[in-house]
Design a protein around this ligand. Structure first.
Ligand code: UDP
Length: 455
């Protein structure tokens, strides 16, 4: 017999990629700790691939994106994928709500990723409370808000760019869909469409914490009531309040923690560079070569995540030649790695989860942003949070080996390196405070829960 004592039942709907599942799954766990039942709905393809295990209060269920056999890789184009996801996703989301209707715990709130704005229409059709959960920084959301509402005209013809609450931005600091006009039009439309109905949402949650971007949050709050609720990182790494919460728990790729930990544990404190370009890495052959030669030329150890799809881009015999100086893995538990004392810096693509994880674990960064919001995140961590450097890109679009070596040295040693470490430690302390009982994010989570329970 199902427990009726929950304070409510939330259905949580992430966009189906690692960087979106992680924060929404983690937020679900926080809601469970507040006495709610949570069901995370992934696509059938992801569910079948990962086979997540439900517990009594955190459940997993499915909708369909129309590509049950192969997911996104099966789609004809980005446009086709997003279209199918909307038509088939809306229908199967409605089916899921109906399935829960006559149970002890019908769904009374949908938390949706605004990359899927149609989910709000489904929620409203059933009279259910709908909350948008923005997975990117408040600053990035506010830039897209300005474009969506015609407050920032494109193409940008004069710089620097001023947006209230944000630092002055150059073109290279803007999300790539704006700085490189015409790139990925379907994704650009998707990020702007996040605001197509968000004013009808009953609550707007953002995966940031107030102390990290107070000006941006205050400024955007004038046009849209925001609740920053982050960082959404397993409790073990922050407040340690949730039991058995030391991993996101839903990995699209397999990692070998044993190999990484064993290797890292033999290295001195602060001696290793950790490199990862996230779950969708796709570097040019030349960029991979420059990175490889920079690492070979530097005096530091390195742990590099090179996804299976990227391996062929490594220079010939690279793995043999580096010996014990470096370890290359196809995937790792990034939180476990970042929290290992051996790590001295994180060379990152500046995905928002990776950036927030590094801030939360107090690890300085070298930014090599590639596209989407990564460029804006790099601007923030270099100039606002002051926890690292951003590598300069040459005219050919490549970050060359000398520049990579230079950036690594800046962060790993010297006076600036010490400042980065000091600042990183400050952000870690603030992140822990924000999510701990009575902290800014914790209070916002409570406010959100009471808002929908009393709605
Ligand atoms: N990640 C991981 N192991 C890896 C590389 C990445 O667990 O080897 C996780 C990382 O901790 C983060 C997510 O994958 O939570 C990547 O999200 P991010 O927003 O940084 O980048 P994206 O993959 O969306 O480009």
């Amino acid at each position: 017999m199902e427990n009726k004592a929950y304070r409510g039942h939330v259905l949580v709907l992430p966009y189906p990629s690692q960087g979106h599942i992680n924060p929404l799954l983690q937020f679900s766990k926080r809601l469970v700790s507040k006495g709610l039942k949570a069901t995370l709905a992934t696509t059938l393809f992801i569910h079948n691939t990962m086979q997540p295990q439900s517990s009594s209060s955190l459940q997993f269920d499915t909708i369909s994106d129309g590509y049950d056999e192969g997911g996104f890789a099966q789609a004809e184009s980005i446009h086709a994928y997003l279209n199918h996801m909307e038509t088939i996703g809306s229908k199967t989301l409605a089916d899921l709500i109906i399935k829960n209707k006559n149970t002890a715990n019908p769904i009374d709130c949908i938390i949706y990723d605004p990359f899927l704005p149609w989910a709000l229409e489904v929620a409203k059709k059933f009279g259910i409370f709908g909350a948008a959960f923005f997975t990117q920084t408040c600053a990035v959301n506010f830039i897209y808000y300005h474009v969506h509402h015609g407050l920032l005209k494109l193409p940008i013809t004069s710089t620097p760019i001023s947006i209230p609450g944000l630092p002055v931005l150059e073109l290279e600091d803007m999300p790539s869909y704006i700085s490189v006009p015409g790139s990925y039009p379907a994704y650009f439309e998707m990020v702007l469409n996040q605001f197509s109905s968000s004013d009808k949402a009953d609550a707007v949650l953002v995966n940031t914490f107030y102390e990290l971007e107070p000006e941006a949050v205050d400024s955007m709050s004038k046009v849209c009531q925001l609740l920053p609720i982050g960082p959404t990182i397993p409790s073990f790494y922050l407040d340690k309040c949730l039991e058995n919460d030391n991993d996101y728990g839903l990995n699209l790729f397999v990692s070998d923690s044993f190999v990484c930990n064993n290797w890292l544990n033999t290295k001195p404190e602060g001696s290793v560079i950790y490199l990862s370009f996230g779950s969708m890495a796709s570097l040019s052959n030349k960029q991979m070569e420059e990175l490889a030669f920079a690492l070979k030329g530097s005096k530091f150890h390195f742990l590099w995540v090179v996804q299976a799809s990227e391996e062929a881009k490594l220079p010939e015999k690279f793995v043999e030649e580096i010996g014990n100086k470096g370890l290359i893995v196809q995937w790792c538990s990034q939180l476990e790695v970042l929290s290992n004392k051996a790590i001295g810096c994180f060379l990152t693509h500046c995905g928002w989860n990776s950036t927030l994880e590094a801030l939360s674990l107090g690890v300085p960064m070298v930014g090599v942003p590639q596209w989407t919001d990564q460029t804006t995140n790099a601007k923030y961590f270099r100039d606002v949070w002051k926890v690292g450097v951003r590598a300069k890109v040459c005219e050919n679009g490549i970050v060359e080996r000398e520049e990579i070596e230079f950036c690594i040295k800046e962060v790993m040693e010297g006076e600036r390196g010490k400042d980065f470490q000091k600042n990183a430690k400050k952000w870690r302390d603030l992140a822990i405070k924000a999510i701990s009982k009575g902290g800014s994010s914790d209070k916002n989570i409570d406010e959100f829960v009471s808002k929908f329970i009393n709605s």
